[in-house]
Design a protein around this ligand. Sequence first.
Ligand code: SF4
Length: 433
Amino acid sequence: MSHQITTLKDLDSRLSLTDNERAWHESAVSMPLGISEYYLSLIDPSDPADPIRRQAVPTSDENCARGWLRPASAEISPTRCASAGDRGQNSCSEDSQRASRCVTSGAEVSKCGRRQIDCSNEVTQGVRIMPSSELYAENNKKKSDAMAEFPCAAFESLDPLQEVLHSKGNRLIHRFRNRVAFLATDICATYCRHCFRRRFTGGLQGPATEADVEEACRYIGGHPEIREMLLTGGDPLTLERSRLEMMVSSFRKARESLVIRICTRIPVTDPGRVTPELVEVFTRHSGAPFFLMTQFNHPRELTPLSVRAVGMFIDRGIPAFNQSVLLRGVNDDPDVLDDLCNGLLFARIKPYYLFQTDLVSGTASFRVPIERGMEIERALRCRLSGLAMPSYTLDLPDGGGKVPLCGSYVDGIDGNVCTLHNPDGETRLYPAL
Ligand code: SF4
């Protein structure tokens, strides 16, 4: 891997940090700092709000220390009400006398156990562990009341997608029936400050071992329903070629028909690492196809070097798909995403997903309100071709799966008449039969 900036001193000498950026180093509790020389070179040092800088330079907004201590599957639940003396009781005459203000949202916060949620420092208090989805469903009503009242980041956790709960061994996650994710390494060329897997990324565990790979192969061998693997991390393309080769050939042996997605940001953050020899680690294996899954979030990341890196895979028969994350201050603007998606298409990369930022502790400053996200999605749908249009999607917490956020264009069906509206808002009729 090429040289990485990892210290406050080095970073400050290159970018002249803001107070908010410097403050991260005083109480950093999350992912380490790590920016490749190449990615740093894309940053405009004179612009503190530069979209590339925002993705790579940590700020104190991440330092949600108590959020980091919060268990992965914490469930919101009213705690014991000191006055009513009953957990979960829905009325308490003491409420009005015990109210205070949330320092983040300004919303009124009850100190009574009825809705004991403190939005300060983006941390939920009054939580208890409820690992099962049935119990999650049980509490939905209480949760929606709380969400309505406290729209700040009180619902974040370290592992909102419950990957830990779905782990099968050291590095394998089996969350969806027909596919698994294998965490090849926790190392990345640049640590993205919005990373949804930050509980693991940069955590000094290093590359998966042969024993980890064997364990994963045994599991896959015993589960014929598994059709696809996401080779992910961290970034698998930071691995030494020999180790990557060991993994790919082992997985191919375990299941010849296994479709493998190579999930990587290397073409974005350190494209010089992609060489014909690296691509050959994959192309020398026949059988099921490989797919390259990239994460370009801003059109300025589409440089000649990055486009060439992806092109090396495409030229050797590995198609490329892009999964962007909708990020406040980076790409929450239809003009920016229009440029990005058309640029991707021109580079032969299919815009696949535009993800709502997951509810991961320390990422609240990146989150775009869903209503605004849907506005952006509608604007893009008017401008982009179907091929250039990504699917705006959120990954539901607690393993609930992916849900498209495109709204419905069907207003109703009456007999043989289907009433629809198009992205421009015009009402049209279409035969329903
Ligand atoms: S490259 Fe991927 S795994 Fe690594 S920090 Fe960025 S988003 Fe997370």
